[in-house]
Design a protein around this ligand. Structure first.
Ligand code: ZN
Length: 248
């Protein structure tokens, strides 16, 4: 584990962007959707994770997610979420790009968070586009289908569903990757395009054209390991602890 090298790179960089993935969420007790025993191995994502599935059968769609959230209970930010928020406060991290939709970075206190895949704590009206908090909308629906308070149309989760294009946050994420002197991808296997291309973009065009230093922090190997300048392998909780100590 080269946590020392990563701590040094964080101190040296004038603009650091961190990309996060499911590894952070699993440390907060949220199941990994894409792993071998994950949710998409047991439930058809086309039925409950796609816009077509939502339109075909919204009762089935909301039935699944209501059960999922009920089973999830309260989740709190992990040690790594907290470390990243603290590093932003100290000027050592400048933006977080996340593939996670759970809002835990904001809950930990991170300010500049680009949610490439949206946020499941919000709903969006399919009629007028109004956004609301998931829990408020679901409480008002009282077991029925959730509808917009403004126009009465159905609301959907404000996340990128299967088959949908990414929203404007991804354009901002690309901009951040080009700006980064240090780009750290953590807790992501870098398998889901187009977010998986951000480390390469940073490596080639980061630092405003000079090329960024790219670090990969993950428990398991990733597709980008061979091209990365720094590799830190291990459990994120332990790495957060070691990094926090080195940077304190
Ligand atoms: Zn509406």
């Amino acid at each position: 584990m080269s946590v020392d090298a990563l701590a040094e790179a964080l101190r040296a960089s004038r603009y650091t962007v961190v990309l996060t993935g499911a590894g952070l969420s699993t440390e907060s007790g949220i199941p990994d959707f894409r792993s071998a025993g994950g949710i998409w191995a047991k439930t058809d994502p086309m039925e409950v994770g796609s816009l077509a599935g939502f339109r075909d059968d919204p009762e089935r769609f909301y039935g699944f997610w209501s059960g999922f959230f009920a089973g999830l209970g309260t989740v709190v930010p992990s040690a790594m979420h907290q470390l990243l928020a603290g590093l932003e406060t100290r000027g050592l991290v400048h933006a977080v790009i996340t593939q996670n939709v759970d809002g835990l970075h904001q809950l930990a206190g991170s300010q500049r968070v680009l949610e490439a895949h949206g946020n499941w704590q919000r709903t969006r009206c399919i009629g007028c586009g109004r956004r609301d908090r998931w829990e408020v909308v679901m409480a008002r629906a009282a077991g029925g289908l959730p509808r917009c308070a403004a126009c009465g149309a159905l609301v959907r989760p404000d996340v990128v569903l299967f088959g949908e294009a990414l929203g404007p946050a991804f354009g901002e994420a690309e901009h951040e990757a080009r700006r980064a002197e240090l780009f750290v991808a953590m807790g992501t296997s870098l398998e889901v395009a187009p977010v998986s291309g951000l480390p390469q973009l940073a490596r080639e065009e980061g630092g405003l054209g000079r090329g960024a230093t790219v670090a990969i922090v993950n428990r398991d190997p990733t597709a980008e390991d061979g091209a990365a300048h720094l590799l830190v392998r291990g459990e994120l909780g332990r790495i957060a602890e070691a990094l926090g100590a080195l940077l304190s």
